[in-house]
Design a protein around this ligand. Sequence first.
Ligand code: C2O
Ligand code: CU
Ligand code: CU
Length: 489
Amino acid sequence: MVVVGGVLLAAGGTTAVLAQVLPTAGRLGFGGTGSVGAEADEGFTEPPVRASKGGVLETVLEARMGPTRIAGRSVTTRTFEGTVPGPTLRVRRGDRMRVALVNHMDEPTNLHFHGLHVSPSGNSDNSFLHAMPGEKLDLVLDIPTDHPAGTFWYHPHLHGSVASQVFGGLAGAIVVEGDLDQVPEVAAARERLLVFSDITLDGAGRIPAAGMMDAMNGREGELVLVNGLFRPRLTLRPGETERWRLVNAGGARYYRLRLSGHSLLQIATDGGALSEPVSVDELLLPPGRRAEVLIQAGLAGSYELTSLPYDRGSMGMGMGGRRGSAAAGVPVALVTIVVQGDPASGVLPRTLAPLVPVPSAAGEVIAARREIVLSESMGPGGMRFMIDGKLFAHDRVDTRVRLGTTEDWTIRNATDMDHPFHLHTNPFQVVALNGQPVRPVGWEDTVNVPASRSVTLRVRFRDFAGKTMYHCHILDHEDRGMMGVVEMT
Ligand code: C2O
Ligand code: CU
Ligand code: CU
């Protein structure tokens, strides 16, 4: 008999209801546009790890267009260090990261450390820098000693080519270790990293050029990958507990995650630990966002981690028609979870609270309240995406804030499509939705702003002066102008 903890296992105790029936053609299969030969059910693997030693992580990230393996087949795409995703960078609070970005591609690039609270200036997390073909950027990042523990990621950030470079495979995870890792139940769980990305490949294993629709909606690939694998298989013992770090490293696809027969105990979001764990049946992960969950395997059987349909309001062929995105209609299978073998001994308590105290920004003095409007219009070269009516300009400062103050930003989406709003350098707490106050759950750096709605963020501008960016994390929208510059002085 299997003993399973209360909150984590939502199934009614039989395996029969758990296997989810999923379509085998269309978005999951390869009947569509010439993609061929992906093999389902590969074993689950993770990207190589580069961990800091003695307070320093020194590593090279070589970007090149070249051969790699994705979904079990040989493809030619852009990679860091030859793999998709690139290596996982693992550091502790207070560490120094020395990353040499070497550009072996025939196009300029650069590197951003998404979600890290580090300097955005000089040769740190500076998205204004660029490495021309053949050039190297020596980046040095000092992780503050009070940096939250959590899951972050890195990707290129050169305006105009972010979507094509990230879609091609240039992305990797960053893990910052700290207090959350010391919570006994968290420390006891086996840790896994799941980086979600998607890609479209032609018969020759190359990425076809993006079309007009891709540019408008943000490109979504036909192949949905976890750590570069197509529907990998993960084996657990009954009752075994794992901690999953989830990263949406795609440029446009939303994941509405569900694990059949199980609930997910969310312990962290973008900016680290939640103030208390939350048991959820589904988890929405817009582009750029991360989450950490504990799962406890149920009874022996086979389960699916699936992305359920989500309508983000993509535009259809007729323009203006709110047709729903191509991916809106069909669940996408991500990972097959096989539960078998002897029951594991560990049993999770019903709650993990308190996790790590999350400082609340409630009650702080608000130095300024701003409204930031996301809009779109039809231009000569197709759809233009804007912030406050303006296309991105790297030499213009759109918003000036005082270092050391706290501000409320209401992000208003004046379009018919969802936009995931992201701010660099300083995380925020969501304090209102559509003007209605909500209780913040933790620190975030990327939040979905649904079509025609607003989200109010409370941001503390702390520690680092300089210019940084905010933008839509549908990377085609960012490339087409939906980005602004904030200067902190
Ligand atoms: Cu994930 Cu400005 O980026
Ligand atoms: Cu970022
Ligand atoms: Cu957008």
